[in-house]
Design a protein around this ligand. Structure first.
Ligand SMILES: Cc1cc2nc3c(=O)[nH]c(=O)nc-3n(C[C@H](O)[C@H](O)[C@H](O)COP(=O)(O)OP(=O)(O)OC[C@H]3O[C@@H](n4cnc5c(N)ncnc54)[C@H](O)[C@@H]3O)c2cc1C
Length: 378
């Protein structure tokens, strides 16, 4: 509450995972929140998303019980070469990672935001540092004022482009990716695995609801398009080890999503300008090599909630989130360099030998360093 006893108003631009999570956090803190989303409805399509312990802690802070993210058990998995040879085997328990459908996570977040706060079909066209937000709805231009503007408008953030003009646009990382959800008869036979070949990788991620999320990625020139994505993926990955051919074949061709991957090539020097705060991909888009993009958006939202009513809260948000995003982006780049960016077959053989000789607990500790995150104490 403000000194006058009225709730302060936050305008959240973007109703993705980061925007909705920050709306939940600010609502809990007594803010009057409006979320403006350009899409006609608040909904998420996409495929799967891996929620690591850092994301589960952020969700716990936001009031979501951990049982929401527990489901069918998972078989041990690990890392393989495309011939099927195990490079590293790993036990995976539900406390290590909760893979969910993106729509499931989105629905859970949305259901915790008051309905009157959610305004769809509203494209934000301009924002001022003093908190005026201009948006277009039903063919009309409207303006609202916020004491805080959360720019959660994703990797191609218009707000970042307007107020952080020194930053370059998102950059293609050199990788094109397909993602899909498949329903299989025998989900318990699928473990959480990643498979490498030179310049290519494929991940199998059993979701907590029993469906299988999988993705395939290749080094490719930007903008390359394929007449029939399903046929191309079958041809390119269909001779890899079992159960990859079965999984690709079991996928509805129309369920296959294809995107080039982009990232923020330069970090902002500050995440806060005037009343505007950058959050999620708008602040620090990373490629999905560690499955941390949405996890970081959730961390941002929980941190914003934790700091918002404290002295210098936005400065603290800015400091800790930039530092954290920098560390996670660095770990993500390292993972890419060890994985998909190894395109030379001889180097890939050498890389595989090194991975086979690396004790599993070392790899695990590296991942723990990324996911061992706590909501800041205030
Ligand atoms: C192939 C792939 C796989 C991934 N896998 C994982 C994974 O396993 N785990 C993980 O943690 N992360 C993963 N990610 C990353 C994750 O998807 C993103 O980091 C996350 O969705 C970012 O959330 P966000 O809310 O910041 O942005 P977004 O989800 O992009 O949401 C932005 C929202 O803003 C809206 N918007 C944009 N402009 C305007 C405007 N002008 N006015 C109003 N609304 C606007 C958009 O319509 C959208 O709804 C993956 C990403 C990709 C590409």
């Amino acid at each position: 509450m403000s000194a006058a006893g009225t709730a302060r108003r936050a305008i959240v631009v973007g109703g993705g995972i980061g925007g909705l999570a920050s709306a939940v956090a600010l609502t809990h803190k007594g803010w009057d929140v409006t979320v403006l989303e350009r899409a006609p409805q608040f909904q998420e399509i996409g495929a799967g998303v891996t929620l690591f312990p850092n994301a589960i802690r952020a969700l716990d802070y936001l009031g979501f019980e951990s049982k929401l993210f527990v489901g069918q058990g998972m078989r041990a998995g690990g890392l393989r070469s495309n011939t099927g040879r195990w490079l590293m085997r790993q036990e995976v328990s539900q406390s290590d990672v909760a893979p969910v459908h993106r729509a499931y996570l989105h629905d859970i977040l949305r259901s915790a935001v008051p309905g009157e706060s959610l305004i769809a079909d509203s494209r934000v066209t301009a924002v001022t540092l003093t908190g005026e937000v201009e948006y277009c709805k039903d063919g009309e231009t409207r303006t609202v004022h916020g004491d805080l503007i959360v720019a959660a408008d994703g990797i191609s953030s218009g707000i970042r482009a307007q107020h952080w003009p020194e930053l370059p646009p998102p950059q293609y990382v050199g990788v094109t990716a397909w993602r899909a959800i498949a329903e299989v008869r025998n989900p318990h036979d699928f473990g959480l695995t990643q498979t490498w070949a030179p310049g290519a990788e494929l991940g199998i991620v059993p979701l907590i609801d029993g469906r299988i999320y999988w993705y395939a990625a290749l080094l490719a020139p930007q903008g390359e398009r394929f007449a029939d994505n399903h046929a191309y993926v079958l041809e390119r990955f269909g001779a890899w080890h079992d159960p990859i051919p079965e999984l690709v074949a079991a996928t509805e061709p129309g369920a296959l999503l294809h995107h080039d991957l982009f990232h923020a090539s330069r970090q902002p020097k500050t995440l806060v300008r005037g009343k505007i705060v950058l959050l999620g991909d708008a602040a620090h888009a990373i490629p999905p090599f560690l499955g941390q993009g949405a996890c970081q958006a959730l961390e941002d939202a929980a941190t914003l909630g934790a700091y918002i009513d404290t002295r210098d809260g936005l400065d603290r948000y800015d400091r800790v989130r930039r530092e954290r995003a920098h560390a996670v982006a660095k770990a993500t780049r390292m993972t890419g360099r060890m994985g998909i960016f190894v395109r030379n077959p001889a180097l890939a053989v050498a890389r595989n030998a090194i991975v086979r000789a690396t004790p599993g607990n070392i790899a695990r500790r590296a991942m723990d360093r990324v996911t061992r995150w706590e909501v800041p104490a205030t």
